[in-house]
Write a protein that binds this ligand. Structure first.
Ligand code: HEC
Ligand code: HEC
Ligand code: HEC
Ligand code: HEC
Length: 162
């Protein structure tokens, strides 16, 4: 008995399947980047490409080498753990060439409320103020030294806003 006597349609289907697979394999070889899978399920060459991008943030250590005076002020105050570049923005260019690249002056009216504006979404224990009531439009740095915003400055003691 010939098992495959009436199997012509099955063989045609199998052949079609094999052809489809070969076409898929050929296209895959063409479109999948060479370095895919070199280290894992991603494009190996991406590591070099990302590494070659220019740096924007210099990091806290870089600022410390030249601005130890600011670091000393900051270390003692409530902003001890707020990174320089969280306020001053990315400063890699300045750190690399301070003579020619000067950080822009910060506008405290916009900067400080980014973290301290009263909001129900912030943890209750985080210091926050309603800027309009608190300062009446007076610039924050009139009373708070940005690097050490404690309440022991003469200006803050004289002001007494809340
Ligand atoms: C290689 C030394 C060096 C490094 C590193 C450096 N700075 Fe400076 N920075 C300077 C010098 C010098 C000045 C003064 C430039 C001037 O007066 O024009 C300055 C000025 C500044 C100023 C004041 C600009 C103004 O208004 O006059 C800020 C803010 C500042 N740096 C922030 C930073 C931060 C943040 C970092 C870390 C990411 C940093 N710097 C890293 C040397 C450095
Ligand atoms: C909480 C926000 C904040 C942080 C954090 C911060 N700064 Fe500042 N910084 C300011 C503001 C506001 C000013 C005053 C406006 C200006 O000069 O841009 C200032 C001014 C400066 C100045 C120029 C005048 C001065 O006071 O000496 C330098 C230099 C400076 N910062 C460096 C640094 C460095 C270095 C760090 C990290 C060790 C740092 N800052 C962290 C907000 C901040
Ligand atoms: C990137 C976020 C950030 C920015 C911007 C920022 N701060 Fe702060 N601030 C903090 C953190 C974090 C603390 C510490 C909170 C704590 O101790 O629970 C703090 C603490 C303070 C305190 C102390 C409050 C207390 O209860 O003793 C004051 C005042 C203050 N900041 C004022 C300012 C002023 C003024 C500016 C603008 C120059 C500013 N902050 C910008 C994050 C920020
Ligand atoms: C007229 C002076 C003055 C000005 C201007 C001022 N503050 Fe204050 N701020 C104070 C004093 C004084 C306190 C302490 C009040 C208290 O604890 O009762 C304080 C406290 C704070 C606190 C801590 C609040 C808490 O609950 O612990 C934050 C945060 C703060 N100020 C942020 C700001 C910001 C942001 C600005 C600018 C929009 C600003 N301040 C402008 C005088 C001032």
């Amino acid at each position: 008995m010939n098992l495959f006597k009436d199997a012509g349609h099955l063989l045609r289907f199998a052949a079609l399947f094999v052809i489809a697979f070969l076409v898929f394999w050929a296209i895959r070889g063409f479109v999948v980047p060479r370095s895919f899978g070199q280290y894992g399920h991603y494009r190996g060459a991406a590591i070099g490409e990302i590494g070659a991008r220019p740096l924007h943030f210099a990091g806290h250590d870089a600022c410390e080498t030249c601005h130890s005076d600011v670091v000393d002020v900051k270390k003692a105050g409530k902003h001890a753990h707020v990174n320089c570049e969280a306020c001053h923005g990315p400063q890699a260019k300045h750190a690399a060439d301070p003579g020619n690249v000067t950080p822009v002056k910060l506008e405290t009216a916009a900067l400080c409320v980014r973290c301290h504006a009263a909001s129900a979404a912030r943890p209750k224990t985080f210091p926050q103020v309603n800027a309009a009531d608190h300062s009446n439009g007076v610039a924050c740095e009139t009373c708070h030294q940005p690097h050490s915003p404690g309440m022991d400055t003469p200006a803050a003691n004289a002001g007494g806003a809340k």
